[in-house]
Ligand binder design. Sequence first.
Ligand code: ADP
Length: 261
Amino acid sequence: KQIYGAPVVGEHGRWLGVVIVMHDISELIRLEQIRKDFVANVSHELRTPITSIKGFSETLLDGAFKDEKMLISFLDIIHQESNRLQMLIEDLLELSRLEQHGFSVKIMPTSLQEVLIRAVELTSPRLDEKNMQFNVDIARDVTVAGDFNRLIQIFTNLITNAITYSPENTTITLRIKKNDEYGIVEVEDEGMGIDKSEIARVFERFYRVDKARSRNSGGTGLGLAIVKHIIEAHYGKIQVNSTVGKGTCMIVYIPLRKKRN
Ligand code: ADP
């Protein structure tokens, strides 16, 4: 806290009292710390793939390219790491766009059913790779006040996570519901679950429960931060129900009617 004091003196130099001004700068310090952590995280996340791209290309140039097996395996790693770098940069740009003042979603009457059908199409290849299946309970449609493409982005992200953090041969269930105020979508998996103490933190940028697992599966650690921003731009909310070892249910609420501009 910063505190300034000054005496208040009246006519003939008589003391009337003291004015004290207090600035609570703890919030500013906290924001500054978040900014510093973010820069440190970004630097670390960028450095990891670059170090690996540099190392493997140098080894190849030093002669390893003559061994065809090594050539292919190292090129494969270089290719994967460049992809990771590209995804990370795209997610960072996306996050910074979402955080710009004036970012707005194009709110129109939008069918949740159409959104989910598209999100299912986009995520099916990954689902098939893991021999998983969808259980889709979206026969009843609900129209919400949403931005079609942004809603697709929310659900492809949530479904991709459900696939990533579940074992093979499990099921992902999608449900559409509603209450008086919101259209509700549930994305439920039979995966590893999230511990109670971590639930609030998974929406933070770069927070991962299991760093190695997330990286290996191509995650940037920014997906849920992006999801939360888009939901808030809709004046919606997201709730997480999860049991470790059993699975996770992500519940997204999008207003039925346009709230504000
Ligand atoms: P990532 O790129 O690491 O998946 P996200 O922001 O999408 O980044 O998610 C943050 C973290 O939340 C993940 O690293 C993972 O630990 C956890 N998480 C997200 N979705 C799920 C889920 N469906 N089941 C279990 N853990 C999850």
